[in-house]
Design a protein around this ligand. Structure first.
Ligand SMILES: NC(=O)c1ccc[n+]([C@@H]2O[C@H](COP(=O)([O-])OP(=O)(O)OC[C@H]3O[C@@H](n4cnc5c(N)ncnc54)[C@H](O)[C@@H]3O)[C@@H](O)[C@H]2O)c1
Length: 285
């Protein structure tokens, strides 16, 4: 099976980035879906700004940017997924919300449409189970910013078929991504290892081991990380980090995944990192 039209649900940081990668990479049409026109307009503006930036950098011509934008359509209707071969979900990291989405969209799509979730940590098998296509369901974990990050982590659910896996791997590679494969354990490969590091940096800050700047500089210069863990947590979104830690804590029942209380406090205060202008650092919005 060849993917020819993609429906991306959720036009936030990840959904917009995934849509951009598809309209500029394999140059396929994408329908971007979200809960309101207002959110979709904000996403459209961000996409236009990114295309302009790429034109400015000489990565693409003005005509190519114009054509890419022409491949992108926007909708607040689930019925717009009827023509899609692949649905990629990138809505907030809440199991019940995602299950509800997949339960509904299952009704609108052709039987052979493949469903993928960009979840960072939720069980793919639990999402697949609410649909009538558990064999055509897979985890497609992209990284932010999607147009720059090379990695795509594919997660096989308990019933993901070999043909689904092959189709999605080929599609992922057409986006210029390097694919790694994980089985369906909480946090898969990357979130499991990466989030524990971020969470530990938060504990070090909370306990007064060092300042945010020194913790980040320590990991950048001492371990050659391109970005410090606290700055990275702000970029990912502190709500996303907390949800991932909670999922792993529940999934494994192991203390090493307990979310740092400082992370919980910042999320309770609405300080979600870069996207709200404040997290471990402050940003100009
Ligand atoms: N932020 C990251 O770096 C990152 C990296 C990899 C994976 N993820 C995962 O991607 C998913 C999305 O994360 P994000 O950072 O893009 O979040 P975000 O908050 O930036 O965007 C979520 C979008 O979903 C929309 N939405 C909410 N409910 C919806 C619904 N019922 N139907 C359709 N749209 C709905 C929101 O309006 C918003 O535009 C999460 O599962 C997250 O764990 C995030």
């Amino acid at each position: 099976m060849q993917i020819q039209h993609v429906f991306v649900a959720g036009s936030g940081l990840m959904g917009s980035g995934i849509a951009y990668a598809i309209i500029t990479g394999p140059k396929l049409p994408v329908t971007l879906y979200d809960v309101s026109d207002e959110v979709l307009n904000a996403s459209k503006q961000k996409t236009e700004a990114l295309l302009d930036k790429m034109v400015g950098k000489g990565v693409m011509s003005k005509e190519e940017a114009f054509e890419a934008l022409g491949r992108l359509s926007f909708s607040t209707e689930l019925s717009a997924a009827a023509k899609a071969d692949l649905v990629i979900e990138a809505i907030p990291e809440k199991l019940a919300l995602k299950q509800d989405f997949f339960r509904q969209i299952d009704e609108f799509c052709a039987p052979d449409t493949i469903f993928a979730s960009n979840t960072s940590s939720l069980p793919i098998t639990s999402l697949a189970a609410v649909t009538r296509r558990a064999d055509r369901f897979i985890g497609m974990h992209f990284f932010s910013p999607v147009h720059l990050m090379k990695l795509l982590e594919l997660i096989r659910g308990l019933e993901t078929s070999e043909s689904t896996f092959t189709t999605v791997k080929t599609f992922g590679e057409s986006l210029g991504k390097q694919v790694i494969v994980a089985n369906d354990f909480p946090g898969f490969i990357t979130t499991r290892i990466g989030m524990v590091l971020l969470n530990e940096a938060m504990f070090a800050l909370m306990e007064g081991v060092g300042s945010a700047e020194d913790i980040d500089t320590g990991m950048k210069l001492g371990f050659n990380h391109p970005m410090g863990p606290l700055a990275l947590a702000d970029a990912v979104g502190l709500d996303v980090c907390l949800n991932a830690m909670n999922t792993m804590f529940e999934g494994f029942g192991d203390q090493r995944y307990r979310p740092c209380p400082l992370l919980k406090r910042l999320v309770q205060a609405g300080h979600l990192g870069k996207k709200t202008g404040r997290g471990f650092y402050t940003y100009n919005k």
